[in-house]
Design a protein around this ligand. Structure first.
Ligand code: SAM
Length: 283
């Protein structure tokens, strides 16, 4: 069978909260295909009902059995088309789809992207952190030991780092990040993007741990955590969080040069290092 006679697999992005972010092309594609392969068919029913899409759904998860994947392959080889969606955002991005796309492409069947929302890009676009180079790390390991080991491997990563995090691990992860990257590392928490309680908090990791601990509402919902990349001057910030505090207080009143000189006397650290840190952190 030539490629011409096979169906097409569409990879369709859906909103991450606000249904108005659904694209016209996504609606038309989901209406026109023969089947919609969804991560959770009950969850997707809400979105499909909202847009009056009546296309039959089949469940698909990368951990579904091989039979399910073969069934979708069969549908495509018979010339019918399938659209893959996930619970929210772009399929394959911390969501099912990789196994399916890999197998389908191997068979020479066309895979067409229908782009739309992705939480990490949405968060990066408002974070105010360097966006020319970044690294997406998805979800960190759930167990603390594994998480700390993993974070340690990223300690000297100079690109902006982007993580997904769930509500019950937010504080633990922030704490582990503080211990690994230093309390002064710049961070952003993008919460409930495109939804009613959307908030984008920024500050040092230390600031954010305090804000999130004090305000329990900031621990509810869905989160993207972004960190500024490693700078040489981070080395000494790791030594003592109180240095960061001292510098901030002095910089509120004095120019960088004087603040660094006084902080050097108070802390015993090198004036040059403190000066560089203030420049790097744009204080
Ligand atoms: N495929 C999705 C995408 O394109 O972004 C991501 C799916 S992943 C299973 C879910 C995670 O994405 C959440 O735990 C959270 O970290 C992030 N996320 C999804 N929706 C979000 C939102 N509205 N605000 C902030 N983060 C969100």
């Amino acid at each position: 069978m030539t490629e011409h006679h096979t169906g097409i697999l569409y990879i369709v992005a859906t909103p991450i909260g606000n249904f108005s972010d659904m694209t016209q092309r996504a609606i038309e594609t989901l209406q026109c295909v023969d089947y919609i392969a969804a991560e959770d068919t009950r969850h997707s029913a809400r979105l499909l009902n909202h847009f009056n899409i009546t296309t039959p759904q089949i469940a698909y998860h990368d951990h579904s059995d091989e039979k399910r994947l073969q069934k979708i392959m069969q549908i495509l080889l018979e010339g019918q088309s399938v659209a893959l969606i996930s619970d929210a955002g772009t399929p394959l991005i911390s969501d099912p789809g990789y196994q399916l796309v890999k197998v389908v492409r191997k068979e020479g069947v066309r895979v067409v992207p229908i782009p739309g929302v992705c939480a990490m890009v949405t968060a990066l676009s408002v974070a105010g952190l360097p966006s020319d180079r970044f690294i997406f790390e998805g979800f960190l390991p759930a167990k603390q030991n594994a998480r700390r080991v993993y974070l340690e491997s990223l300690r000297r990563e100079s690109r902006t780092l982007i993580f997904y995090e769930s509500t019950h691990r937010l504080l633990d992860s922030l704490q582990d990040m503080t211990d690994t990257f230093g309390s002064g590392r710049k961070a952003v928490i993008a919460r409930e993007l495109t939804k009613t309680f959307e908030t984008v908090l920024d500050g040092s990791l230390q600031d954010l741990v305090i804000k999130v601990t004090e305000d329990h509402n900031q621990q509810k919902g869905e989160f993207v955590i972004l960190l500024g990349g490693y700078k040489k001057s981070d080395e000494f910030i790791r030594i003592d969080a109180s240095v960061v505090q001292t510098m901030k207080i002095l910089l509120d009143e004095l120019p960088i040069k004087q603040a660094s000189a006084i902080a050097a006397k108070l802390t015993g650290l090198k004036k040059r290092d403190l000066y560089q840190w203030a420049l790097d952190n744009k204080l």
